[in-house]
Design a binder for this molecule. Structure first.
Ligand code: NAD
Length: 355
């Protein structure tokens, strides 16, 4: 499988990825190599990683606790301390072996340690393969706000090895499906048709579909690395989706909702708004709803829940000058950015989801 070229790095697949890793390690004569993992990837992925690199270089494992709640400054301090204590210097390398939490925080730790050392991403969740490890965004959460502190900085290399997915739960796989489907909705109807058909048939997308998703995200990032314009399309479904995720995260009476499920509901609602305000056909909005509802169970939302979620939209990161900006689609495969949506249309989107 061919590599995918980013601006300053490439994404390599399977054996080619480990060959490239070996080449980079040899070329750069790193003084020390650290592999950052969380408690799960230490157990599930380090043994595979060791086999893959078959002793071609030695490394020190640094573990942080798993989960989004640990993507914070305390974990950074812990890792920076270990790097310092173990003699990490400007010629050290950090390899991030984990999901999006590890690639985000590991990229940030490496980008700031000694004013920036090399890092390599080896994503181990579907979401981090098709999304988080690509595009150079690194960072941590701060206070109650996600991804509040960070830098945009590219890795030296991304290695995609779908073998890691064998130990991933179906719930985590579904988070990745949401983002893959989104890639089709915003840029490529054929890809949407392909992935949605696979999922409707209760099969799993494979390496070819992972490859296409990375290609789509990479192309968008190449055109607009700092999210001034086109990169915003990647936020389709995320305006409403993030508000839904925050609502459930902070609720005393509801359980947390996964990111993938929140974004899926966001995409259904934003598809309806796209029908209401842009030219999306109602048949396409219904098709989108049908595909996501076949993956995720429908969530019951009361009128009061919907009102509270809508009021959270004012914290969306895409807002400017006090207005909520949406990404909408005029047809499957064609996205529009910076669309302001009145509250009454957002409410109709919720009604469509719940109908
Ligand atoms: P995650 O890293 O928390 O991984 C999900 C769970 O799967 C964790 O419990 C983890 O320990 C476990 N896990 C990881 N790999 C495993 C494996 N191979 N086998 C068994 N268990 C495994 O979450 P995620 O969904 O991968 O990523 C979410 C994060 O990514 C969020 O913090 C989000 O903000 C970030 N993100 C970043 C970008 C970006 O552009 N930088 C884009 C999208 C998402």
């Amino acid at each position: 499988m061919n590599q995918i070229k980013g601006k300053n790095y490439s994404v390599y697949f399977e054996k080619n990825g480990y060959d490239k890793l070996d080449e980079i390690v040899k070329q750069n004569s790193y003084s020390s190599i650290y592999v950052l993992v969380d408690s799960n990837t230490n157990k599930e992925c380090i043994p595979i990683f060791k086999k893959r690199i078959s002793n071609s270089f030695s490394f020190i494992v640094i573990e942080i606790d798993e989960g989004e709640e640990n993507k914070n400054i305390n974990s950074c301090q812990k890792v920076w301390t270990i790097l310092s204590d173990k003699g990490g210097d400007r010629k050290s390398l950090v390899i991030n072996l984990g999901g999006g939490v590890i690639t985000d925080i590991g990229g940030f730790i490496a980008s700031t340690f000694k004013r920036g050392i090399d890092f390599i991403n080896i994503p181990t969740t579907l979401l981090s393969m098709v999304d988080a490890s690509i595009g150079g965004k690194t960072g941590i959460d701060f206070g109650n706000l996600k991804n509040q502190i960070g830098v945009i900085n590219d890795p030296k290399l991304v290695v995609i090895d779908p073998f890691f997915l064998n130990t991933l739960s179906i719930k985590e796989l579904r988070n990745g499906y949401s983002e893959m489907l989104k890639h089709g909705l915003i840029t490529d109807k054929k890809y949407w048709d392909k992935v949605s058909t696979i999922l409707l048939e209760k099969k799993e997308p494979g390496i070819d579909e992972i490859f296409t998703s990375i290609k789509i995200k990479n192309k968008i990032v190449l055109d607009d690395p700092f999210e001034k314009n086109k990169r915003k399309v990647l936020n389709f479904g995320h305006t409403v989706g993030h508000a839904i995720e925050s609502f459930f995260m902070n609720s005393q009476t509801h359980n947390k909702l996964s990111h993938g499920k929140s974004i899926a509901i966001g995409m259904i609602i934003e598809a309806y708004i796209s029908y209401d305000l842009c030219k999306l056909k109602i048949s396409e909005a219904k098709e989108i709803k049908n595909v996501f509802n076949s993956i995720f169970e429908i969530v019951n939302l009361t009128e009061n829940d919907c009102d509270q979620i809508i009021s959270l939209l004012k914290h969306d990161k895409k807002n400017s000058h006090g207005k909520t900006n949406f990404v909408l689609i005029e047809s499957i495969g064609n996205a529009l950015i910076d669309i302001q949506v009145p509250v009454k249309n957002i409410k109709k989107g919720f009604e469509f989801y719940l109908s």
